[in-house]
Write a protein that binds this ligand. Structure first.
Ligand code: GDP
Ligand code: ZN
Length: 307
């Protein structure tokens, strides 16, 4: 048995993780105990098992953020830890669904993670509403850049934005997340295969989350479970907190528990009427609120069912 030390989890698949030490050594580790949950991006304490030369992660260090998604059973699970930056990718093809964009932004807001938007496939014409939406996002504090992986434009600017951050690319399937990741991390495919193999001891798995150091600084986490995940919205305390332009006005409503739906003297409704809050964002807010109510089980019947 050797002394405990700390490391960064750069690949995870279930209970198998790959830990990177401060010196750059990479050690496959098991996770001690069933209750210890560790994901890609976590920092851990670990010790070497001298018999196997592998490691055992014994403790998870405090997290600065977690990104959660709704799993197949309707529960909530952590997908990556310690992100600082969520990059939402949109494109003209597939047609941008801004409710999905808002849902990602809401997840970032609630996790305390900064967010920005990449409008990819600049080589393809976009319907006018896309530019309008992007301008509105910029106005409420979500910057955007334009890119085309086809023409290699915008990649340098994106790399600069990612420096010093730990980021993940999210968005609808087909918008170009893999293409962007490949442009940002030279040799991404090979690196991912190597990390997957080290984590899984040679088994071929495609569902490993991997962390890649970017040439210009910062890290990019690539996770199949994150790319087009549905952020866990049942964790949202109040939908209003997830929409920053709504949260900014909530304190000015007549009622402190205003839901911003039909209440008199609602500052949010006033701003929507005057166009200071975009109608479409307000619709997203209401939709997310309704979705959350549907997903939050009414305690009565459920409990009875279980007995
Ligand atoms: P993902 O599902 O978001 O990871 O998207 P992919 O990176 O797999 O890309 C989906 C499709 O869009 C592929 O056929 C890419 O070749 C194409 N694509 C990616 N970036 C661009 C781009 O900038 N312009 C155009 N025209 N096509 C692109
Ligand atoms: Zn209100």
């Amino acid at each position: 048995m050797s002394e405990e030390r700390t490391g960064l989890v750069i690949a995870s698949h279930g209970r198998r993780i790959l830990v990177e030490t401060a010196q750059g050594e990479r050690v496959p580790c098991a996770i001690q105990g069933r209750d210890l949950q560790i994901h890609c991006g976590d920092e851990v304490r670990w010790r070497r098992d001298t018999a196997t030369d592998r490691g055992i992660a014994t403790e998870r260090l405090p997290r600065r953020s977690v990104l959660e998604r709704t799993n197949a059973h309707g529960g909530t699970e952590v997908v990556v830890a310690n992100l600082t930056h969520l990059i939402v990718v949109v494109a003209p093809e597939p047609v941008a669904d801004f409710f999905i964009v808002d849902r990602f932004l809401a997840a970032a807001e609630l996790a305390g993670i900064a967010a920005m938007i990449v409008r990819n496939k600049l080589d393809l014409p976009a319907p006018p509403d896309v530019d309008e939406e992007l301008a509105n996002y910029a106005a409420i504090g979500y910057p955007y850049i334009v890119a085309s992986t086809l023409h290699n434009t915008g990649i340098e600017e994106l790399a600069q934005r990612l420096a010093g951050q730990r980021s993940v690319l999210v968005g609808q399937s087909g918008v170009g997340k893999s293409s962007l990741a490949n442009a940002l991390v030279p040799g991404l495919g090979a690196a991912t295969a190597e990390l997957s193999a080290a984590t899984e001891e040679g088994k071929h798995v495609t569902s490993v989350s991997t962390l890649h150091h970017l040439p210009g600084g910062g890290d990019l986490i690539d996770s199949p479970g994150v790319r087009d995940f549905a952020p866990a919205i049942e964790r949202i305390g109040r939908a209003a907190d997830a929409f920053r332009e709504i949260a900014a006005l909530a304190g000015q409503c007549r009622f402190s528990d205003c839901r911003h739906l039909r209440e008199p003297d609602c500052a949010v409704l006033g701003a929507v009427e005057e166009g200071r809050i975009k109608q479409r964002r307000y619709e997203s807010f209401k939709r997310l609120g309704r979705l959350r109510e549907q997903l939050t089980p009414a305690p009565g019947p459920r409990q009875r069912q279980r007995r």
